[in-house]
Design a protein around this ligand. Sequence first.
Ligand code: FES
Length: 366
Amino acid sequence: MSTILKTVAIISAMTGILAYLLSLANKTIGNYGEKKLTINKEHELTVDGGDTLLGALIDQEIFIPSACGGKGSCGYCKVKVIEGGGPFLPTEAGYVNKQEQAEGVRLSCQLKVKNDITIEIPEELFNVKQYDFDIEFMNDVTPKIRHLKAKLPEGNEIHFKAGQYAQILAPKYKGSREEVYRAYSIASSPSEKTSLEFFIGYIPNGVCTTYIHHHLKKHDKLTIVGPYGDFYYHEGDRPMVMVAIGTGMAPIMSILLYMRDHKIDRKATFYFGARTIEDLYMIDELTELTKELPNFTLKTCLSQPTESCNWTGEVGRVTDLIKKYLEDGPESEAYLCGSPKMIDSVTPLLKEKGIPEDRIFYDKFE
Ligand code: FES
């Protein structure tokens, strides 16, 4: 009997000690105290050590692009670390190449702030803010693309350049247990400072697209962070070549609306491709723009027209249209938006037509 009691007492004591050590560990491991975060040599902030650099920046309302929500699977959250970043991590290797590593580029969602840290970020990221919008309208412009208009509350404004994008936050919903940010190009004009419009394609099992297509309702709140991106309209008078398929039309629409609002009368040709007539959306609005912008031409093509399309226009891909119609390549600049496959097939063709690489601007997305 006394042996049993002794054993019970020893086990209880060991359990107590283990619990104490665990609670001590919880309090100390990961607690690095306050650290100094210096940005672009001029902004000095105090942050909680132990958090990821991305999290520490968000706490300071500095929003680095982060389409995967910090899971290390998008590669958007790159930041140049000058000092104090600690060793490069295996989880960063898939998105940071050797040259970037040598320059100090890190994935801010992977590295933890354990020391005072000095970083450099593009100055325009200080203009990125998080906003709560109201959904003003939603309309399916094709069976798979939803046109969304989100309005800011009274007294708020968002400033962006035509062609840029924003990140939409899909909250937790039935079927998704995590909050997820996804990047979408803005389709509206920058002159419209109190609302944003998007064309959002449905991707089966896509967390954010499923939320937008199947759960979001009119008058719901939607959190949007932005603006982001180095794909935007460049002032000048060169002829513009615009190429898009699918939802890649969004930033082109934003650029055309900006040109209309500012009465910019430069020559512009938009090569817009789709599979069937159902996928060729916003054609009335684009045709209207050809009237409002006298030097704007719209060239459309279908790659797989069916009999029910009653299509009498061009058949083929956007590359076929460009081969056939693009003439003033050497003077032009180009804006491409769509899948990596489309951009990788159009870029060499534009170069063949004489547009130098540094005048071909593109935004690749799935
Ligand atoms: S946020 Fe996606 S990789 Fe860091």
